[in-house]
Design a protein around this ligand. Structure first.
Ligand code: F6R
Length: 602
């Protein structure tokens, strides 16, 4: 789970690489490295730490040459230290490479290469690739053949950037189960894990598929299949994300910027899908056996999806973490099954594995994805894009509310198609859906209040988030946001579950955040709040019924909104609360410890 970038052209390669690495840091940030080539010599600088700290220290911007590759790492094999930082080289020092992914058979390959006399310097799985290519070069006709031979021996996931000092005209890139995209310039070419890395220079992109490698020169690119060597024709896409969209725009953190982008993102999600949601609904209407699979925040969106499908389309999907589904569901998936995968990145390993399993078993697959051209979009039968734009902060915010938006649209379209719910109600719901951006804007106005609340709660050690019905997902998501960026322990649960155990933990001053929109179970959650209050819990409630004010220490008056749409609005103050707590506690909310944006390993 790392970021890679490469450049070949007339510019100073290190400048392009360093600026690209800064935009790729969300993929991993425990170490950094750059290699450039000049006059047939490789110049390598690397070390543990973040690019901001290392740029000067390592003199990354002083490297000579007009071609090179760079890497920002999130450790999988070998601790994050200077030696394990990429690039890695072969024994001769002529081949240097960077890698995103995991080589599963690296121990076996390492043993074999050690026996042949290769000397290893790092503990990484990556280094074997450099030595393997070196070994293959002894018998292959040229570098390309050696590379192909080596690639065909690798098991696992890998996006690679490779530079060979004897071949001064080219750079080589490879994709297999880790993302890779080319940026097409005029007289210069880029390759990276993601588009924002080269967006300042070009918005023309080619998405590389699994099993392909790229020979990149200043003037162009050739993409080939590494199993057969056959040339692959590729489509050039024009990316309409502006660089501005991919940068902070004056906000102190990407996360805060992305929370403030939610009204716009939700609007885009609506308008980007309005035309064809009916067609998608028609295609899936016949399925009664439905699984929703996802991880983390996307899994919470799946829970909202379940309530929406039940209440509107009278279908009862099973929501499963993809990491469980992929090992447990094999026997129950068949051609009568619909598997809906929700994934912001479209690259989460467990979610991709779940989609692949579903396909193998003949099921219909529908993916709800943010990243255009990502793997999930390519292996699924149907795709709905969330149109949230790039999300750089590790914690998902606008991509969650857009996932909820498209799930709501899908459930409405299904209900309309199946005539399961009164058409007037669906029309009203649809009208209300269009008001969501405004309502989010309104709750963003609570930011100062939430900041003050964060100050009051800064030293608390445990939080409880409770909700009922569709709001259970909001409680879970509120707790996840708090945990991942503020490092405060938090539990999200259905309010009904409270007195079956967790109530034992509520004592004087323990914050209990109650997500309580008006609806079917409002009275029930009021009782649960009372139970927590009786144990002297510190009650923070979110709702549109003033009753709550009387029983709460802090009451956040939310705009009136249909209960089914409430998760899109109610989660926003919880994101802001988590954000401000993280900042007050001195954490960087964009880069929470131990986490990375896309989890491309199991
Ligand atoms: C939390 C968060 C993660 C992701 C999860 C799945 O804020 O971002 O829990 O939701 O890793 O990622 P995607 O949606 O890319 O499959």
């Amino acid at each position: 789970m790392c970021g890679i970038i490469g450049y070949i052209g007339d510019r100073k390669a290190c400048d392009v690489i360093v600026s690209g690495l800064k935009r790729l840091e969300y993929r991993g940030y425990d170490s950094v490295g750059v290699v450039t080539e000049n006059g047939g010599e490789l110049y390598i600088r690397k070390g543990a730490g973040k690019i901001g700290e290392l740029e000067k220290k390592l003199g990354l911007s002083e490297l000579p040459g007009n071609r090179g590759i760079g890497h920002t790492r999130w450790a999988t094999h070998g601790i994050p230290d200077d030696t394990n930082a990429h690039p890695h080289t072969d024994c001769t020092g002529e081949i240097a490479l960077v890698h995103n992914g995991i080589i599963e058979n690296y121990l076996e390959l390492r043993e074999e290469l050690l026996e042949k006399g290769h000397v290893f310097r790092s503990d990484t799985d990556t280094e074997v690739i450099a030595h393997l290519i070196e070994e293959e070069l002894k018998t292959a006709g040229d570098f390309e053949e050696a590379l192909r031979n080596a690639l065909n021996r690798l098991k696992g996931s890998f996006a690679l950037g490779i530079i060979y000092s004897r071949d001064v005209e080219h750079l080589y890139f490879v994709r297999h189960e880790s993302p890779l995209v080319l940026g097409i310039g005029n007289g210069e070419m880029f390759a990276a894990s993601d588009v924002p890395a080269f967006l300042p220079y070009t918005n023309r992109a080619v998405f590389i598929d699994d099993g392909e490698y790229v020979i990149l020169s200043k003037e162009g690119y050739t993409v080939k299949d590494f199993r057969t060597g056959a040339v692959r024709e590729k489509e050039v896409h024009t990316i309409n994300w502006s660089l501005e969209m991919a940068e902070k725009q004056g906000y102190p953190h990407f996360m805060l910027k992305e929370i403030h982008e939610e009204p716009k993102a939700v609007k885009e999600a609506i308008y980007g899908n309005i035309e064809f949601m009916g067609r998608i609904a028609e295609e899936i209407a016949e399925y009664d056996k439905i699984f929703i699979v996802a991880m983390g925040t996307s899994y919470h969106a799946g829970i909202v999806g379940k309530y929406l499908f039940q209440r509107l389309a009278r279908k009862v999907p099973i929501v499963e973490e993809a990491s469980e589904f992929r090992y447990e569901a094999e026997g129950v998936i068949d051609k009568n099954t619909l598997v809906i995968a929700i994934t912001q990145s479209g690259e989460t390993a467990d979610t991709l594995a779940a989609i692949r399993l579903a396909k193998r078993r003949g099921a219909k697959t529908l993916s709800i994805v943010n990243v255009v051209g990502s793997m999930a979009t390519r292996i699924s039968d149907l795709v709905i894009y969330t149109h949230a734009g790039p999300e750089i902060g590790v914690a998902a915010t606008k991509t969650y509310t857009t996932q909820l938006t498209v799930l709501t649209m899908l459930a409405i379209a299904l209900a309309r198609h199946l005539k399961t719910v009164d058409e007037d109600y669906l029309n009203t719901l649809e009208e209300d859906l269009h008001k969501l951006p405004e309502l989010i804007e309104e709750v963003l106005g609570y930011e100062d209040e939430l900041k003050a609340l964060a100050e009051e709660l800064e030293d608390k050690r445990d939080f409880f988030y409770i909700g009922r019905g569709i709001s259970v997902a909001t409680a879970l998501e509120g707790a996840l946001k708090l945990k991942e960026i503020s490092y405060i322990h938090a539990e999200g649960l259905s309010a009904g579950e409270l007195k079956h155990g967790p109530l034992a933990l509520i004592e004087d001053g323990v914050p209990v955040v109650a997500v309580a929109p008006s609806g079917k179970t409002f009275d029930k959650i009021v009782s649960n709040i009372e139970e927590a209050k009786a144990r002297k819990g510190f009650i923070i409630s979110l709702g549109d019924n003033d009753e709550l004010r009387k029983i709460s220490d802090v009451f956040l008056r939310m705009p009136e909104v249909d209960e089914l749409l409430s998760p899109v609005v109610y989660v926003v103050p919880l994101q802001l609360l988590a954000y401000h707590l993280a900042v007050l506690r001195g954490n960087d909310p964009d880069k929470p410890r131990n986490l990375a944006k896309s989890v491309t390993v199991e």
